[in-house]
Design a protein around this ligand. Structure first.
Ligand SMILES: [Zn+2]
Length: 81
């Protein structure tokens, strides 16, 4: 009787342990997936390049990019070109 009980107890313990470790394993995978998703969210999205600051030419009244301002063609345009 005792032997059977012990076997049953050990079997039950083994089943509980298997379920416990199974849940831990699944939880770890889900945590890794969640972390991966978070990382994906933080990663800069590929898309249009950074918006350039636009500056207005006081002479020709047209907007040019501040980093690559070029002359509109007028003589008194402050930008090179
Ligand atoms: Zn201009």
């Amino acid at each position: 009787m005792f032997g059977f009980s012990l076997t049953k107890l050990l079997f039950t313990a083994a089943v509980i342990a298997a379920i416990w470790y199974g849940y831990k394993w699944i939880g770890r995978i889900q945590a890794m997936r969640a972390a991966g998703g978070k990382l994906d969210g933080n990663r800069p999205r590929p898309g249009p390049p950074a918006v350039e600051d636009m500056i207005r030419c006081p002479v020709c009244d047209s907007f040019v990019t501040a980093s690559a301002a070029v002359s509109c063609g007028r003589e008194d345009c402050p930008y090179p070109g």
